[in-house]
Design a protein around this ligand. Sequence first.
Ligand code: SF4
Length: 254
Amino acid sequence: MTHVSYSEIKIWHECPFKHKLQYKDKLNGFLGNLHTAFGTAIHSVCEHGLLDENLDREAHFLEQFEKEIGSLNEKEVDIDEKLRSQMMGQYAPIVSSFKDELENYFGDFEVVETEEALYEDIEGHDTKFKGFIDLVVKTPDGRYHILDWKTCSWGWNARKKADKIINYQLTLYKFFWAKKHNIPLEMVETHFGLLKRTAKKNNTEIFRVTSGPKKVKNALTFLEKAVINITRNVSIKNRLSCKNCAFYKTEHCP
Ligand code: SF4
């Protein structure tokens, strides 16, 4: 295994057998849907809209959304036309609010990088950690802030916001980003930015996620455990995760 990403270890955590089907047998369990198409198009607006003051954000969204839907059509994924038309009425408040909300939240800040690639050694293993950080900003106090955008419907409840496995994504990004740039960990903070499709107001919500030394240690242990087990080809089934699995009751996992 040359590299591993957070998404990969998250899937391994959900079900090692699902990981095997997806990453070793290269089976496409999930081909995407309108939600992922919407999310990809919104992410693209967040990335390019920060770099280009003059970007027509609505036009950019529509162009990217159509592109993603074209790709779903090519993969013969069924498109729910009712949902598609609902989405056409839901993107505008997000693309118009995310920049203002960044300013409200961080105050004065400079964009350090958008869509920054990580490909860093995992100590003690012949495997690299691979990832893409949506946004890194720097505030006047000299601190760096790593932010990951998440598209969602109405928002996240408190339980999801505190979910340690979800939070480990940011913690691992922080650790490997700080390592890449040789910046002390205590100078880096982590945040999620929720981009809410169905919310009636506050369509962008940014919140801080703690990522102190204990959490960094736990996230690295989580990563290491996954790498060791994936390398050893451990692929037991976790039937507790079947509910939302694309392989459920298919020929691959009857
Ligand atoms: S259906 Fe269940 S056991 Fe099979 S791969 Fe999916 S999560 Fe794992």
